[in-house]
Design a protein around this ligand. Structure first.
Ligand code: 9D3
Length: 244
């Protein structure tokens, strides 16, 4: 997977590239991140990348020209190629979108700053737009890192030891059960006895019940699309009835 990031702040990515999962994948040659400074494609003595909005109003808008020229400088490495604009107005980035994108060979991520980006970047240059959630960031850079982290760990071979990504939260549509390690007692709180019992079937049932309980309490919206067995539905019915 090759990522090309178009940004006014390439330095923001240095520790991300060095330290994250994609960083380890880079060492293995499975993921490659190329940073492109939009300012180096600006023109004139002042290398202007933004301008005042047509129609008036506060704030500045990123110009289409420098972004367009930065995009033209990106070398296409394959056929599975998508240009993605990170914007608060974009389609919501979810695990399902991450899986879709992980099948591509190359993703170009355009990071906006200021109040926004000239609309023609979205309509004429980008194939899709993404938002990472309903909160206001100062720019698209953190969103680009979120997308790269989530997508690159789905690329085959990226996760160390091939630990199954299907075990992860959200892969079966439920929140995870609680985890415990030593010590057995912490702040007078004991590890649930069932986890020390050695009874693997009991442990499996307990974990599934806690997974369902947490999802019901915290994210009932996830239950709509979760992969639920008959056993799961019985447990859920009990949890709803008994209020525990
Ligand atoms: C002042 C009105 N804002 C609209 C909500 C304008 C605005 C806010 C934040 C324009 C750009 C930004 C910068 N954010 C992003 O570029 C961004 C973002 C985000 O803020 N939240 C979630 N996902 C994303 S992806 C890119």
């Amino acid at each position: 997977m090759r990522f090309d990031v178009l940004t006014l702040f390439p330095d923001l990515f240095s520790s991300f590239v060095k330290e994250t999962i994609p960083g380890r994948a880079i060492a293995k040659g499975l993921v490659d991140i190329s940073l492109i400074d939009i300012r180096s494609f600006a023109r004139g003595p002042h290398l202007v990348t933004d301008d005042r909005p047509y129609g008036g109003g506060d704030g500045m808008v990123m110009k289409a020209g420098p972004i367009s020229r930065a995009l033209q400088s990106v070398e296409k490495v394959g056929s599975g190629f998508r240009v993605i604009l990170l914007t608060p107005q974009g389609r919501l980035f979810t695990q399902a979108v991450a899986w879709e994108l992980s099948r591509m060979e190359q993703l170009v991520l355009i990071c906006g700053r200021y109040e926004g980006v000239d609309e023609r970047v979205r309509t004429e240059l980008a194939d899709m737009d993404l938002s990472i959630g309903d909160y206001v960031l100062s720019g698209g850079e953190l969103a680009a890192m979120v997308v790269m982290d989530a997508v690159s760990r789905l690329v085959p071979g990226v996760l160390g030891g091939e630990r199954s990504t299907r075990e992860d939260s959200f892969e079966d549509g439920l929140l995870e059960y609680p985890h415990y390690t030593r010590p057995r007692v912490f702040k007078d709180r004991e590890v649930p006895a069932v986890l020390l019992s050695g009874d693997h079937e009991k442990i499996r049932q307990w974990r599934r019940t806690e997974s369902l309980r947490r999802t019901l309490e915290r994210r009932p919206d996830l239950l709509e699309n979760a992969a639920l067995s008959e056993e799961d539905r019985k447990i859920l019915a009990q949890l709803k009835e008994s209020d525990n």
